[in-house]
Design a protein around this ligand. Structure first.
Ligand SMILES: Cc1cc2nc3c(=O)[nH]c(=O)nc-3n(C[C@H](O)[C@H](O)[C@H](O)COP(=O)(O)O)c2cc1C
Length: 177
């Protein structure tokens, strides 16, 4: 059975035949600008939720991850929102750092962003809560807007010749040593 499943997995499609190229030398030096460019291109390529990402947090000895929605990027960092009483909320209270991973299959692109996480204000958290599509007007004092402040980025572009491109950047867009 597991042999059948292994072979089945091997038959599944890899990256699409047509992938965009990526030359880090000609990319915007600012990682946020590059991210916004890739997000626009993912949207144009038909990705339904290009602003969805996996968030990994640390709890004791066990990492955990789940999908979230990116809410903004500004001087505070990369924003996301959740309940402080959720597993990730509790883990962030204990260990305030996380890793984000965006994946756009149609483009063969992945963006990894990691660093410390801070809590944004109660006012900003309430605005986010009330802006949800199905908001019913009730408050949620546990809803928290967070900002991840990147210390590392990696922009990854798949290539069908196997020469995948990894573009790693430090906090200010500098290349890490
Ligand atoms: C595409 C997608 C987007 C999601 N966005 C959010 C979000 O922005 N905030 C949130 O709290 N949960 C969001 N969820 C649900 C989370 O993945 C998760 O199930 C929930 O927050 C509980 O996670 P936890 O128990 O690890 O804390 C989303 C799920 C999916 C599939």
């Amino acid at each position: 059975m597991s042999e059948t499943f292994r072979k089945f997995l091997r038959t599944l499609p890899d990256f699409p035949a047509l992938l965009p190229g990526f030359d880090p030398e000609n990319a915007p030096a600012d990682p946020v600008e590059l991210f916004k460019q890739w997000l626009d291109e993912a949207l144009a390529a038909g990705e339904q939720q290009p602003h969805a990402f996996s968030l990994a947090t640390v709890g004791g000895q066990q990492p955990s991850s789940r999908m979230l929605i990116l809410k903004n990027i500004d001087d505070d960092g990369w924003h996301f929102a959740t309940s402080r009483t959720s597993r990730k909320g509790r883990e962030l209270a204990e260990a305030p750092r996380a890793a984000m991973n965006f994946y756009w299959p149609s483009q063969g692109r992945q963006v990894r962003v990691a660093g410390p996480v801070v809590e944004l204000s109660a006012e900003a958290s309430a605005v986010d809560w009330h802006e949800r599509p199905r908001a019913d007007g009730s408050d949620n004092p546990n809803w928290q807007l967070y900002a991840l402040q990147p210390t590392e980025y990696e922009f990854w572009q798949a290539s069908n010749d196997g020469e995948h491109v990894r573009h790693r950047l430090g906090p200010d867009g500098n290349r890490p040593g």
